[in-house]
Write a protein that binds this ligand. Structure first.
Ligand code: HEM
Length: 128
């Protein structure tokens, strides 16, 4: 199998690597004052357990990158529409994501693919 035929899940190093990045990323966003300035986000971030949140996001990223996991949480629209997330909040979220990917030295090609996956969910998450 050549390098290019590996799924992005495999190129990232599978569940252990993905879970480590998600762990760091969720630690950033759950305490980010710019995101918690949205009262609905702040309420939800303090209601849900960090461990459960990390579990669901890890499951989803593994599934979305071609891993064997199945995502068992709610749809992106269902889990975010009550939060009224704005474009500026989305940009703050993306910067935290960038910082986590850089910290773990995820290569540029994989970063581009991950940002494309994230972008594909935007219309279900950000208010128009
Ligand atoms: C690609 C982008 C995103 C992904 C993949 C994602 C993923 C998830 C997942 C898997 C859940 C749990 C769903 C469930 O409970 O079954 C969730 C909930 C949540 N997300 Fe996101 N999310 C994204 C963007 C955002 C943004 C930009 C924010 C803003 C800070 C945010 C804040 C939250 C909050 C606060 C919850 C808990 C909602 C509640 O239980 O009331 N998410 N997200």
């Amino acid at each position: 199998m050549t390098q290019n035929s590996l799924s992005i899940y495999e190129r990232l190093g599978g569940v252990y690597s993905i879970a480590a990045v998600v762990d760091d990323f969720i630690d950033r966003i759950m305490v980010n004052p710019a995101l918690n300035a949205n009262a609905k986000v702040d309420e939800a971030h303090h209601r849900v357990s960090k461990a459960g949140f990390k579990y669901l996001v890890t499951e989803m990223v593994c599934w979305a990158t071609g891993g064997p996991q199945k995502y068992t949480g709610k749809s992106m629209r269902e889990s975010h529409e009550h939060l009224a997330i704005t474009e500026p909040e989305w940009q703050v979220f993306l910067q935290d994501f960038q910082d986590s990917l850089d910290k773990f030295q995820v290569p540029q090609a994989e970063q581009r693919e991950l940002f494309a996956i994230v972008a594909s969910t935007k219309r279900d998450i950000v208010v128009p």
